[in-house]
Design a protein around this ligand. Sequence first.
Ligand code: CA
Length: 448
Amino acid sequence: MRSDFPNLAKVMIDETHSVARRSWVASANGHADFPIQNLPLGVFTPGRDAARGGVAIGDEILDLAAAVDLGLFDAQAAPAAEAASGTTLNPLFALGRGARVALRRRLSEILDADGPARARIEGLRARLLHRAADCRLELPAAVGDYTDFFAGIHHATNAGRLFRPDNPLLPNYKYVPIGYHGRASSIRPSGADLRRPNGQHKGATETAPSFGPSRSLDYELELGVWIGPGNELGTPIPIAEAGDHVAGFCLLNDWSARDIQGWEYQPLGPFLGKSFFTTISPWVVTPEALAPFRSAQASRPAGDPPPLPYLFDAADQAGGALDIELEVVLLTAGLAAKRLPPQRLSLGNAHHLYWTVAQLIAHHSSGGCNLRAGDLFGTGTISTPTDEGLGSLLEISAGGRRPLTLTSGETRRFLEDGDTVIMRARCRRDGFAGIGFGECRGTIAPAL
Ligand code: CA
């Protein structure tokens, strides 16, 4: 094994990342999201059977419960495989990095076209594999707590500028990884139905608020971070150990009702404008799969304060950023009627985050708050410094003042009923197989 980042001894590149490795599952080879180098974990329901853990491989899902029953795991990988074979991945997340790495190496061997027992394993294909199209993807974990951060500095600046043109970032922004406690109960996997929320809103020209369907429903493009194993109450996680508590990543759409949010958010922050629904991509892309796509955290601009010592770690600065391309596309009734493809709204990258994931974890636990396996973080909306990668319609339409004209001729300030928002993420690097996250998709149904 070798590491491309000597300062990050724990982020290892090994044979599972080899671009030469191919799978006997033919659809995996060259697959945009799920080649054998990815091996994301999830929970799925095949037909009428019970939900169980699985691994995305090409257009199919490897059934971990079946693989455990067939005795395919050695002593090192078996505990992780068993922990990942039930109705949630919380037990796997609780085991931490070592177990997860052992599972990845064995899964890669099982699915390898040149693996030592290919003929025997491929002979079990009918029991091991399900067509993904025939399965329903579930939430991968029972989310105990969900915290949403605000680490996308270009989004924070763009959103702040709408309210404070001369002073968009508040004075704490470059010192504190700002966040709030979100609602775990309304998190759903990609494709789940989303209803436009009702709530209180008060337009600029209205003298009193009214209650009714949100008039400015928006999306927020974020990266989700799955937590595991977590810390004891009262015992903070030092930043140098924060990476040990990342179980994986997903895409996260923090649906936002801007009018409800605008009327309610002072003085205690986001509440019903956010809590009605959050969509995530259901596959958990592991830190190991992302190892080739880490990069140095961008230097802070001259004049910015350095992170306080509890938020600074040299190895984290050297390799703690993630080079993940992020895309948002919109499908509307007008585009579908004219047989036009979904329209791209933005193309950005997760390396624009001002705070690293390790900094978010160190900060969250710094006061003693305990993180638990299966907790979920949102990074905050990720936007680019320029207009091609704005992570919300709030930014694209300048708070609704600059409507967007679609190729169908329709216009959008915010989302309309029937609109579908699809988020995708891709990683590419020369010398490595590209991987993706799968979709994070939601369609808006009319308000009750
Ligand atoms: Ca958010």
